[in-house]
Design a protein around this ligand. Structure first.
Ligand SMILES: [Zn+2]
Length: 145
């Protein structure tokens, strides 16, 4: 099994994995060759820049998993559109996220049964690095969605 299959997230390929005492760093890149402008809905294949994102994924064998991903900023070539550049979305995370959607879902399922302090301690023991305050913020955000 290769590391892209192991991580099992759509739209990315893993190029390299580094194993450390308490964590795995998965280095990868977004695979989308085109993206749709969120403002005018025209497709673009013109990549303007690449940005590095670091987000936490589900742990593996009680080690924290970090995804360090090169993501693409596309240029909108529609001359009537005010949006010149936009990031191609990744379906497994929200735009400003620090964790994958499935990791956030796991945290929310865990906190439903216990306090955020107990949740943080329990998750920490499995390799998930999350503070009590981040759990509270996630919980509040979920209630407003
Ligand atoms: Zn546009």
């Amino acid at each position: 099994m290769n590391s892209t299959d192991l991580i099992d997230l759509p739209g990315i390929e893993i190029d390299q994995v580094k194993k450390m005492a308490n964590q795995y760093d998965f280095y990868g890149h977004a695979t989308a060759q085109k993206a749709v402008c969120p403002a005018c809905h025209h497709a673009s294949t013109t990549i303007n820049a690449r940005h590095l994102r670091k987000i936490q994924g589900l742990p593996i064998a009680n080690r924290t998993v970090w995804l360090i991903l090169k993501t693409c900023q596309f240029a909108c070539l529609n001359p009537r559109c005010d949006c010149h550049f936009f990031m191609a979305p990744l379906s497994f995370m929200t735009a400003q996220a620090q964790r994958t959607n499935r990791l956030n879902a796991l945290i929310l399922r865990t906190v439903a049964q216990r306090s955020s302090t107990a949740t943080a301690a329990l998750l920490q023991s499995t390799g998930i690095q999350v503070h009590k305050s981040a759990i509270c913020n996630l919980f509040k955000k979920k209630r407003h969605d």
